[in-house]
Design a protein around this ligand. Structure first.
Ligand SMILES: Cc1cc2nc3c(=O)[nH]c(=O)nc-3n(C[C@H](O)[C@H](O)[C@H](O)COP(=O)(O)OP(=O)(O)OC[C@H]3O[C@@H](n4cnc5c(N)ncnc54)[C@H](O)[C@@H]3O)c2cc1C
Length: 291
């Protein structure tokens, strides 16, 4: 089913963003293929949202068919040393499944509030691991059909994959290792405690704003040195806890967040000569001004 003018703010962790011109929640591969065919026949762009945890959506909305995978495409099941999961499966659900099956290697995702598809697209990572280390293969679907791709074919590197706009990660196979459930539990508890002490996990944010540059300081430290902690534009504020996070401090718009990003980027360039590249994905008519 294709819906019209569905507000995307409720599908982003920052809680901002306007409506998708068209919106659909395919629950299996046939429904996904039908939605993609619908878009191709009308020459309509296709975008996907996962949990919107690394996404900034234009306040004016998005002139595209926005997909959010559901049903069979959002489930996960452990089989042997594999996890078979839909692109829309939340990482928290996957972690639960692998822990029950005593499979390790997935613990690094415990503080990443996304889905499988978002994890592959971003090659999400933490604590020295990322998706390139666990992904056996992903089924990519677009208007031309479905194709399996391995991690190396996807060219996964630091917060990067070669997924093209309109390509959907429909399902994946992850390769994991046997590990006692108790060991997984204690590692996860340790990582979550570590995370809570350094990042604003209880605020509305979209995770890291910028990628870490090729510099001795990470993006957060650079922005902190620029005196940007608690700097505000409208309702968007640089986190007092970690300067590479933008918080929705009440009534932020995506335009506020984008203006704050532009200001942060300008100051980092003036002070350190560093051109920060945004990690957060921009959806709709959003662009940072050149430096
Ligand atoms: C508190 C917090 C902590 C975070 N910590 C980390 C961290 O430690 N490490 C890290 O890497 N990230 C982190 N993030 C960022 C974010 O959680 C990850 O990038 C995550 O992988 C995004 O997944 P998502 O499903 O929310 O994707 P979305 O934010 O919805 O989308 C991100 C991109 O993925 C694409 N996408 C989503 N689903 C699909 C699909 N099925 N097929 C094709 N493309 C798709 C979207 O089109 C978009 O381009 C954090 C975010 C928050 C809010």
């Amino acid at each position: 089913m294709i819906e019209e003018d569905v507000l995307l703010a409720r599908f982003t962790t920052l809680g901002t963003g306007g409506p998708a011109r068209w919106f659909s929640k395919p629950g299996n591969l046939d429904q996904l293929a039908a939605a993609l065919e619908w878009a191709a026949e009308r020459n309509v762009h296709v975008s996907v949202v996962g949990l919107g945890s690394n996404l900034l959506v234009a306040d004016e909305g998005v002139d595209a068919l926005v997909l959010r995978l559901a049903g069979e495409l959002a489930t996960a099941v452990a089989e042997g040393d594999r996890l078979l999961a839909g692109g829309g499966a939340p990482l928290a659900v996957c972690l639960h499944r692998v822990r029950e099956a005593s499979l390790g290697g997935f613990e690094f995702t415990c503080a990443i509030p996304g889905t499988v598809g978002g994890g592959v697209k971003m090659n999400a990572g933490a604590y020295g691991s990322d998706w390139s280390q666990i992904l056996e293969r992903a089924l990519l679907v677009d208007a031309d059909g479905a194709h399996w791709r391995t991690a190396s074919e996807l060219e996964l590197s630091y917060r990067h994959s070669n997924l093209r706009p309109g390509q959907v990660v429909a399902t994946v196979e992850l390769r994991l290792v046997a590990r006692p459930e108790a060991e997984i539990k204690s590692r996860v508890a340790e990582l979550i405690a570590q995370r809570k002490s350094t990042q604003p996990t209880n605020k509305r944010t979209f995770g890291s704003v910028f990628k870490n540059p090729d510099h001795e300081l990470g993006a957060g430290r650079i922005l902190e040195e620029c005196g940007l902690k608690q700097h505000r534009v409208g309702g968007a504020m640089i986190s007092p806890m970690h300067a590479n996070f933008i918080e929705n401090a009440g009534d932020a718009t995506s335009a506020d967040a984008l203006a704050l990003m532009a200001e942060a980027r300008r100051r980092a360039y003036e002070r350190f000569g560093v051109e920060l590249e945004h990690e957060v994905q921009l959806l709709g008519d959003l662009e940072l001004p050149p430096l």
